[in-house]
Design a binder for this molecule. Structure first.
Ligand code: 2HA
Ligand code: ZN
Length: 272
């Protein structure tokens, strides 16, 4: 057996939670991450036949039955993942009954997976249908995006247009835009279903007055996606503080950009 602390997904999880904490996007127990793992890799670091405990889920995870995930713990602080990964992270396998998970490693003080497991697993199911290589779902309380949900019009179209206009790179990084959800109760199946529904068409979903969800093929890609949108929201904050927009990236510029980088902006938000 290889040392689990040398296992790349565990190392990546330590690094990204540390970065999210350092950036101030995951205070206290804020934020949660789920990372789909390859069975053969998991078998190299733990005995997958040894089940520590079985933890019920309140929704149907049939599409994920038998799949393995590295998941941040409920009530755990991202600040502490680096110094004690085995307590703050867990490796789970979705049980064959599809309504529970088997804990195979981690949560060493008797903990359980993130309270946002419904939103994460439902989002994985939605993303895997449109991108079989999707591996990561990440939630954090990115400061400027969160602030913008108090001051900006709360439609996906208006929000996406503004973010695209704040940094030239945005249209290239998230041409589909962002989906904006109204305020909903965290941890509920309702917010999970709404997030997953949005994830069929978007990799970035904003939870009004709460934070953001991102999905991607790797930790780097998902973090980079959130980071890019958050940077645009930060620029928006400065632009507002400096007295507002005096000139901007034109629709013509966007068309040239889309052509140059071979991306198709969301047709509902931008006419090419
Ligand atoms: O886990 O961020 O949305 C803490 C949260 C809930
Ligand atoms: Zn949250």
């Amino acid at each position: 057996m290889k040392n689990i602390l040398q296992y790349k997904p565990v190392q990546e999880m330590i690094e990204v939670t540390s970065n999210l904490y350092r950036l101030g996007w995951d205070e206290r127990n804020g934020g949660n991450i789920t990372y789909l793992l390859e069975e053969k890799d998991v078998q190299e670091v733990i005995d997958t036949k040894k089940i520590i405990c079985n933890i019920p889920m309140s929704f149907d995870g049939q599409a994920l039955a038998g799949k393995y995930f590295l998941v941040t713990g409920s009530g755990k602080y991202f600040k502490n993942v680096k110094s004690d990964p085995e307590n703050n992270l867990g490796i789970l396998r979705v049980a064959e009954d599809a309504h529970s998970v088997d804990l195979l490693w981690g949560y060493s003080d008797g903990g359980v997976p993130t309270s946002e497991l419904p939103a994460h697993f439902m989002s994985h199911i939605a993303r895997l249908e449109v991108d079989p290589e999707n591996k990561v779902v990440m939630h954090c309380h990115a400061t400027h995006l969160l602030a913008m949900t108090f001051t900006h019009e709360l439609t996906s179209k208006a929000f996406s247009r503004t973010l695209w206009e704040m940094c030239t790179e945005c249209l290239v990084v998230f041409p589909e835009g962002v989906s904006v959800l109204p305020w909903l109760i965290p941890g509920s199946n309702e917010i999970g279903e709404a997030t997953a529904d949005a994830m069929k068409n978007f990799r970035l979903v904003l939870w009004s007055f709460h934070g953001v969800y991102g999905a991607g093929r790797s930790i780097d890609e998902t973090f980079g996606l959130i980071e890019t949108a958050e940077k645009a929201a930060e620029v928006y904050t400065y632009v507002k503080a400096q007295g507002g927009v005096k000139q901007k990236i034109s629709d013509e510029n966007f068309k040239e950009l889309a052509k140059q980088f071979g991306v198709t902006p969301n047709k509902d938000f931008f006419k090419i």
